[in-house]
Design a protein around this ligand. Structure first.
Ligand code: 5GP
Length: 129
């Protein structure tokens, strides 16, 4: 089910449980502000989720409410993950689905990092429904 952007943060969402280590996670990168781990259903040879540790529902919530240090921390963490995975030369795609029209399913802000092959041409395909 898609995320309702008007609802408050749900501390029982799956990424909150991952942050509290209530479910197992393979950590790719972690620092004060950020955690990165593999997507459970990868859409590319490399598919990493990069999330802030703070309780933000979406990209919109993060951009409006997060402290500057958290926003900078996430941006720097994305670059560090890409460097750590040796993607700086071959490249990668960042996606952040926000709300129902984008199909956001987990109500904790996350950035998808996709890489490891030539990705399909750009992004936008309208669904039939
Ligand atoms: P969204 O559709 O919200 O942009 O992306 C949510 C992503 O979270 C999906 O790609 C989905 O595969 C991933 N995901 C959902 N549950 C889990 C989980 O328990 N562990 C991990 N690692 N990824 C998950």
């Amino acid at each position: 089910m898609s995320v309702d952007l008007k609802r408050p943060y749900d501390p029982e969402n799956i990424f909150a449980k991952i942050l509290r280590r209530e479910v197992p996670v393979q950590i790719i990168y972690e620092d004060e502000y950020t955690l990165a781990f593999p997507d459970i259903a990868p859409q590319a040879p490399v598919h990493v989720l990069i999330i802030p540790k703070g309780p933000y529902v979406s990209s919109a919530d993060f951009g409006a409410v997060a402290k500057d240090a958290e926003i900078a921390g996430l941006a720097r963490a994305i670059t560090k993950v890409a460097e750590q995975l040796k993607l700086s030369g071959s490249g990668y795609r960042l996606i952040s689905n926000t709300g129902p029209d984008a199909g956001q399913e987990v109500p904790h802000y996350h950035v998808h990092l996709l890489a490891g092959e030539k990705l399909s041409s750009k992004l936008v395909k309208k669904t039939s429904n």
